[in-house]
Design a binder for this molecule. Structure first.
Ligand SMILES: C[S@@+](CC[C@H](N)C(=O)[O-])C[C@H]1O[C@@H](n2cnc3c(N)ncnc32)[C@H](O)[C@@H]1O
Length: 454
């Protein structure tokens, strides 16, 4: 007699170790930067949008962000520590092995997370990787050595020599001297604060947000959590904008009714400042997708501008009372907020970008009416993308003269004005508070100059 077969017992899915999902998502984003050269902000957006990130709460997301950011903030130290412990070098076709090891090393060395848990989670991730799984024992051995030698690795780490790529270090020393280059590199190691530009009433919003008020009106928060959850976001009372990034638009001296072209405008931080001052703004950018973000930002803020998708090197418009050109650049001034820039940019980018900036400023100069104003700026620390561009324009266009920036236009920050009246902000420049003291946290590197057409 045959006994009726019992249905096979359902095996419960194995419990996922706590914290593994955040580590997976962080490694995925870092892998996207390392292997596909995707900017980290975009890589994180993509990783969070993937179904594998479903269910991550805001704390997990904060952890993902912290892991991925510190991986690039300290990438020089981390990659040297890993390379030194891989006696046969990095294996080929190892899937996400490098990203998993780099993010795990970042947690052990710089996030003060318990090493045994971090190593176990990383080894689990490597074991589950389609191409990397055979390297799980290697991952385990390398990470255990890093955990055991963490103090030695940290002691040998130096912001300027280990965590700044050689080409940037050499350029900054040549441009600013070793002491300043060292201060700049040190500023890149700290998590930057959140800076907000308010549409109106900075005093009121400083109080509501519990923010420090800078001498320029920018509000500064440390450890704020998600900006979109802060008071005033939904009603469009403020927008996120680094303290230094808020300075160039002030140099336009926008007034109600003034016709201003904002070239290379998206995502629109400076357009919002000009529109909030009452100017009639034409916002030009060649990226339709980024202009969609600009339009959404302006709509949230209750501001408006004429939006034009166009190449700013050939844009046909004007004449304008003022033109603001925030030219595309190497963005080496933004390493505090985007440490992946140090990994993604190459020295050759500086030369090709300065050629593009030259074309853009030449065209911009033709859009300004006689007697009007041209403000040129970049978020680069490289003089070839700032000082040299403006000097060369002045040599080509005798109808233009430099109009020196006054300290009272930038909240009394005299240290940011060079001998010729141009603005040169370095990440180690702590801004002033409304009360005249200094507010820690630095600001992005920026160059800006104001020119008047005769
Ligand atoms: C530094 S970002 C601008 C930031 C913006 N001004 C703000 O304050 O939010 C540079 C912008 O230049 C745009 N861009 C690059 N090349 C361009 C070109 N040839 N013409 C117009 N826009 C360009 C990019 O799409 C990018 O949005």
């Amino acid at each position: 007699m045959t006994r009726p077969r019992r249905p096979p017992a359902r095996r419960a899915a194995p419990e996922k170790p706590p914290g593994i999902q955040a580590r997976f998502v962080a490694a995925r984003a870092v892998d996207d930067v390392l292997r596909h050269r995707t900017p980290l902000t975009e890589a994180l957006d993509r990783a969070f949008a993937d179904p594998t990130a479903e269910g991550l709460d805001s704390r997990d997301r904060g952890l993902v962000h912290a892991i991925a950011t510190v991986t690039f903030r300290r990438y020089g130290t981390i990659s040297a520590a890993l390379d030194a412990r891989l006696s046969r070098g990095w294996p080929d076709n190892a899937g996400r092995l490098q990203a998993i090891l780099a993010t795990a090393a970042a947690q052990v060395l710089f996030l003060d997370l318990p090493a045994h848990a971090v190593v176990d989670l990383a080894v689990t991730l490597v074991s589950g990787d389609r191409f990397g799984s055979r390297y799980a024992p290697l991952a385990n051995a390398v990470l255990r050595r890093i955990a055991g030698e963490a103090d030695v690795i940290r002691a040998a780490s130096d912001p300027l020599t280990t965590d700044t790529p050689d080409w940037l270090r050499a350029r900054w020393i040549a441009a600013w001297g070793e002491t300043t280059a060292r201060a700049v590199a040190a500023a890149h190691q700290a998590e930057p604060p959140l800076d907000l530009t308010v549409r109106a009433d900075p005093g009121l919003w400083a109080e509501r947000l519990g923010a420090a008020r800078l001498s320029t009106g920018t509000l500064r928060l440390t450890d704020p959590g998600l900006p979109t959850a802060l008071p005033g976001f939904a009603e469009g009372a403020w927008w996120v904008q680094d303290a230094a990034a808020a300075l160039p638009a002030r140099l336009v001296r926008a007034r109600p009714g003034m016709r201003v072209a904002d070239l290379c405008a998206a995502p629109g931080g400076k357009t919002a400042q000009l529109a909030a001052a009452g100017a009639h703004v034409t916002a030009v950018d060649k990226s339709a997708g980024r202009l969609d973000r600009l339009a959404a930002n302006l709509a949230r803020l209750g501001l408006s501008a004429d939006i034009k998708v166009a190449d700013a090197a050939t844009f046909d418009g004007g004449p304008f009372d003022a033109v603001l050109l925030d030219a595309p650049c190497s963005a080496t001034g933004t390493l505090r907020r985007h440490p992946d820039v140090a990994f993604l940019k190459r020295e050759t980018d500086v030369a090709s970008l300065s050629a593009l900036q030259t074309r853009l400023i030449d065209h911009a100069a033709g859009l300004v009416r006689p007697g009007g104003t041209l403000v040129y700026c970049t978020c680069s620390l490289e003089p070839e993308e700032g000082e040299r561009i403006v000097e060369a324009l002045l040599a080509r266009r005798p109808d233009y003269t430099l109009d020196p920036v006054r300290a009272d236009e930038i909240g009394g920050q005299t240290a940011l004005i060079d001998g010729q009246g141009r603005l040169r902000v370095l990440p180690c420049h702590d801004p002033l508070t409304a009360g005249g003291g200094t507010q820690a946290g630095g600001q992005d590197g920026f160059f800006a100059a104001r020119l008047i057409r005769g």
